[in-house]
Structure formats: structure tokens, C-alpha cells
Design a protein around this ligand. Structure first.
Ligand code: S3P
Length: 188
């Protein structure tokens, strides 16, 4: 089985897209791209500043432009922002020549992993857990619809997630190949 041209990681805040993406890219010899970080570099400002000055709408416009630009890069692993799926016009850029992996993560894990973070404007309020629940209700069906692989990440180390993904994409042993056939469309 040949490797996909690009691997696109989608999922909520705190799913581990950046950590897993970086490790996966290293493992495959692909380049790692992080849409949010590149937006920040280009803008010369961080995401809270962009939300403050341009509003969420301004950020989403930048995100759409960035996803379009990055969707032509070969041999890359792309970590997207949690809201990349909410605009239908982003879907073709996300899917183009890509294997889309949804890193599915419980609300509890999302809360735990984002607890101390100050760089996510949507969570700087009295009820970040409520926000994460609300976003999950809207976005989980979108992530699921776009995904070629749904990877459950709770109680798994990033290293294990990467190993399972690599096995999944390029099953080497007969046992791995049987496993892939059995899992069908893809809850790992
Ligand atoms: C957002 C997720 C963030 C970032 C922005 C908005 C969202 O990315 O794009 O704060 O709407 O869920 P991460 O998923 O990498 O935290």
C-alpha cells in the first residue's frame, strides 16, 4: 500500500493534533505543517490578538485562505485548527489528495488538555467545558463525515496513536493486514 500524498489531522481543541502530527511527520519523513502556527507567523500576531482585532470572522477568513494554500503541498502532515471543518468551503481543501484523520477525543480529555491554555480565545470564559460540549455537538458529525480514519485518542500516548496510524496506512504483517480489513471504515 502506498502512502497518501498528504495526511490532514482534524479534531477538537486538545485532541493532540500538533503533537501527533509532528511525530507522525517525523516517522514518515514528511514535512509537518500547522495551519494555526503559519497563520500566526504570516500575521506577525498570535491567535488571541487576531480574534481581538479582526473577530472570529477575520480569523476564519485567514484560515480558509491558509487551508487552500496548504492543500497543494505534497508529502506533508497538516494539523488544522479545531474549527477548520465548520466552513463548507474548506472541505475540498481538506480532502484534496489527502487522507483525513479525525482524532476523536472525549470532552474530559479536551478539558484536561486545554485547562491552562491562554492561546485559545473561545475558551477564555467562565465555562470552557460548556463551550467544548457545544462545539463537539456541532462539529463531531462534520469531523466524522470528512474522515477516512477515525482514531480514538483517549488513554493513548501520542506514540501509540502514531504507531496505530502508521500500521493502518501501511500494514506490513499479515496480522496488521487482517486487522485493517476487519476494521473496515475505520474506528481505530
Ligand atoms: C479553534 C481551535 C484552535 C484555533 C482557534 C479556534 C476552534 O486550534 O484554530 O483558537 O474553533 O476550535 P486548536 O484546535 O489547534 O486548538
Amino acid at each position: 500500500m502506498s502512502l497518501p500524498k498528504r495526511i490532514v489531522l482534524v479534531g477538537p481543541m486538545g485532541a493532540g493534533k500538533s503533537t501527533i502530527g509532528r511525530m507522525l511527520a517525523r516517522e514518515l519523513g514528511y514535512r509537518f505543517l500547522d495551519s494555526d502556527r503559519i497563520i500566526e507567523e504570516r500575521c506577525g500576531a498570535n491567535i488571541p490578538w487576531i480574534f481581538d482585532v479582526e473577530g472570529e470572522k477575520g480569523f476564519r477568513q485567514r484560515e480558509t485562505a491558509m487551508l487552500g494554500e496548504l492543500s497543494v503541498e505534497p508529502e506533508t502532515v497538516l494539523a488544522t485548527g479545531g474549527g477548520a471543518v465548520i466552513r463548507v468551503e474548506n472541505h475540498s481543501a481538506l480532502k484534496k489528495d489527502s487522507l483525513v484523520v479525525y482524532l476523536r477525543t472525549s470532552i474530559e480529555q479536551q478539558v484536561e488538555r486545554t485547562r491552562k491554555d491562554r492561546n485559545r480565545p473561545l475558551l477564555q470564559n467562565d465555562d470552557p467545558e460548556g463551550v467544548l460540549r457545544g462545539l463537539f455537538a456541532i462539529r463531531d458529525p462534520l469531523y466524522t463525515e470528512l474522515a477516512d480514519i477515525i482514531m480514538h485518542t483517549d488513554r493513548k500516548s501520542p506514540r501509540l496513536v502514531v504507531r496505530q496510524l502508521v500500521n493502518r496506512m501501511n500494514p506490513k504483517t499479515p496480522r496488521q493486514q487482517r486487522q485493517v480489513r476487519k476494521e473496515g471504515r475505520n474506528h481505530v
